[in-house]
Design a protein around this ligand. Structure first.
Ligand code: NAD
Length: 262
């Protein structure tokens, strides 16, 4: 290996896309990829939010474009990936991060809410992964990184969130399965499992009386005693996106302040 180790973390000259890049964890991922040298397509159903992220990236001198896309729609995902390739010439890094979380009682919840959660958190991750992989197959190299969750490993307490937990457990096994299938193509597939992270998604939950009551319990159950900041997730992403992780596939990196160790 003739490249010094830190150079193997560089993303200079690579092109990337991040779904859900308009806010929260996805936005922090866009900054991480761009700061490490990649061009970034910020993909979101909310175009204004994606454009907001692009403006922040461009202010740092990062090459970026905003693309509106509903990741649950196959044709929209195909169009989005084509646009990334037309703009950047290739796609090396696909970060499938868009997701949603709701709390609901398994006995009472509408079945439609189950389907909606699974459609965005699991079906869309499969859709995006395979359309990205088709683009990576010819060059014979690619990095797919899916956002799972500590909720894919454990059934958190005390909130009831069966659809979310099941969808994220699905992302973990989808990731391992695709890793095995696509290793011969040079495509690595890994995931990151955040713990509770300060974003709009969690802020919305914490605004409810139920959420307010839960926060102290969550913090007491986290060995590091705090929620993650989105910056806490950036190092794992750059590792998985870079040559430094070329022999890592089918892995999940848990970034949860130790929540899952108890
Ligand atoms: P967020 O709500 O801040 O961001 C989600 C983004 O996805 C938004 O910009 C939204 O517009 C976009 N989006 C929603 N539906 C979409 C669709 N159909 N097509 C394209 N984009 C769409 O949420 P976040 O907290 O940053 O979560 C990002 C990911 O991290 C999710 O997969 C979530 O499950 C996961 N996660 C979050 C936490 C946490 O504590 N925040 C913990 C573990 C895992």
């Amino acid at each position: 290996m003739d490249k010094p180790v830190l150079e193997r973390f560089s993303l200079e000259g690579k092109s990337s896309l991040v779904t859900g890049g308009g806010s929260g964890i996805g936005k922090a991922y866009c900054h991480a990829l761009g700061e490490a040298g990649a061009s970034v397509a910020v993909v979101d159903i909310n175009l204004e939010a994606a454009e907001g992220t692009v403006a922040e990236l461009e202010a740092k001198g990062i090459t970026a474009i905003a693309i509106r896309c509903d990741v649950t729609d196959e044709q929209d995902v195909e169009r989005m990936v084509n646009q990334v390739i037309e703009t950047f010439g290739s796609l090396t890094i696909g970060v499938n991060n868009a997701g949603m979380g709701i709390w609901s009682d398994a006995l009472e919840m509408e079945f439609g809410m189950w389907r909606k959660t699974l459609s965005l958190n699991l079906d869309a991750v499969f859709l995006c992964s395979r359309i990205e992989a088709r683009a990576m197959k010819k060059p014979g190299y690619g990095k797919i990184i899916n956002t799972a969750s500590m909720s894919g490993h454990i059934s958190n307490t005390p909130q009831k969130q069966v659809a979310y937990n099941a969808s994220k457990a699905g992302v973990l096994h989808l990731t391992r399965s695709l890793a095995a299938e696509w290793a011969p193509l040079g495509i690595r597939v890994n995931s990151i499992s955040p713990g509770y992270t300060k974003t709009d998604l969690v802020d919305k939950l914490l605004e409810t009386p139920e959420g307010k009551a839960m926060e102290p319990l969550w913090l007491s159950m986290t060995p590091m005693g705090r929620m993650a900041l989105t910056e806490d997730l950036q190092g794992a992403l750059v590792y998985l996106a870079s040559e430094a992780s070329d022999f890592t596939t089918g892995a999940d990196i848990v970034v949860d302040g130790g929540y899952c160790v108890w």
